[in-house]
Design a protein around this ligand. Structure first.
Ligand SMILES: Nc1ncnc2c1ncn2[C@@H]1O[C@H](COP(=O)(O)OP(=O)(O)OP(=O)(O)O)[C@@H](O)[C@H]1O
Ligand SMILES: [Mg+2]
Length: 271
């Protein structure tokens, strides 16, 4: 069964596209899954730019949802093995909130996992992602302004009855003034599955149009992506880095995120 996961936040620049592209890369490259990533940030699409595709030569998601082309024609193949559907920076036209779901209905059967990169605007665009998704991954960062937007996104998803699988806490600097995982979970009432450090390597990777998990697979941020991806598909992942293995052997990973991932893994395996 294909799993369709929408990656959302009601704030720009939090890291939705980065999280989506890295999860896609890791699921394909590390776990051998058939992955499709769709750009559903219709007003400001930039998924293609994360993969070095500046001007899509064939169709785009806009052509598909506006009934001008097909999913097949708008799908591009990345060297790392996953497929993606970019948007067009110059397209215009009103997007029907149900169109994405309709267009994915048959096409998604070709994949194990479909990841949808959402728009941050509280509009029909984010609704299109919610409606097309089986579940949602909410991206936030550890500060009050972002968290307040995150809570709005969570409430909207609940109103629309779309399950939220968990939260990704991105751009963590490890500073005392940052919101703690426990506080974020309590306020948003959603488990944090992953804390991703702010890492300049992510920006370096972006400048090379490569997901950081492929550009620098040994970085902690890349390892965190692998742990998150594994939990989402109900697989186990052993961090190969020496220090991390030693840590796990001696102390076990007792973080809330690790416990939440383990719970998700157990839920997934049951299915
Ligand atoms: N963990 C990280 N460490 C450092 N930089 C990061 C990290 N995650 C994302 N970034 C950077 O933050 C910027 C915004 O990321 P991204 O484009 O993924 O956000 P977004 O939520 O998709 O934004 P939008 O809502 O505008 O589509 C990018 O330059 C990206 O490289
Ligand atoms: Mg984005």
């Amino acid at each position: 069964m294909t799993k369709t996961i929408g990656v959302i936040s009601i704030k720009g620049g939090v890291g939705k596209t980065t999280v989506t592209s890295n999860l896609g890369a890791v699921l394909a490259n590390e776990f051998g899954k058939k992955v499709l990533i769709v750009d559903a940030n219709f007003s400001a699409p930039n998924l293609g730019l994360h993969f070095g595709l500046i001007k899509p030569e064939n169709a785009t998601i806009h052509d598909v949802v506006l009934n001008k082309s097909s999913m097949e024609k708008a799908t591009y193949v990345h060297d790392a093995g996953f497929h993606f559907v970019p948007g067009s920076l110059v397209a215009s036209g009103k997007i029907d909130v149900y169109s994405l779901k309709k267009k994915l209905k048959e096409f998604k059967k070709n994949y194990d996992v479909v990841l949808i990169d959402s728009s941050p605007t509280l509009s029909s665009e984010i609704l299109a992602t919610m409606i097309a998704s089986d579940e949602l991954l909410v991206v936030t960062s550890p500060d009050y302004p972002t968290l307040s937007c995150t809570i709005r996104a969570v409430k909207l998803a609940r109103q629309k009855n779309v399950p939220i699988v968990g939260m990704v806490l991105n751009k963590q600097r490890g500073k005392d003034f940052e919101l703690k995982v426990e506080d974020i979970e309590e306020l948003a009432e959603v488990p944090v599955l992953s804390s991703l450090p702010e890492d300049v390597t992510v920006l370096e990777a972006l400048s090379l149009a490569t997901p950081v998990s492929l550009h620098a697979p040994g970085r902690r941020v890349s390892s965190e992506y692998k742990k998150l991806a594994a939990a989402l598909i109900g697989e186990k992942y052993q961090d190969p880095r020496m220090l991390s293995r030693l840590n796990e052997m001696l102390f076990k990973d007792r973080s809330r995120e690790a416990k939440n991932r383990h719970k998700l893994y157990k839920d997934r395996v049951k299915i």
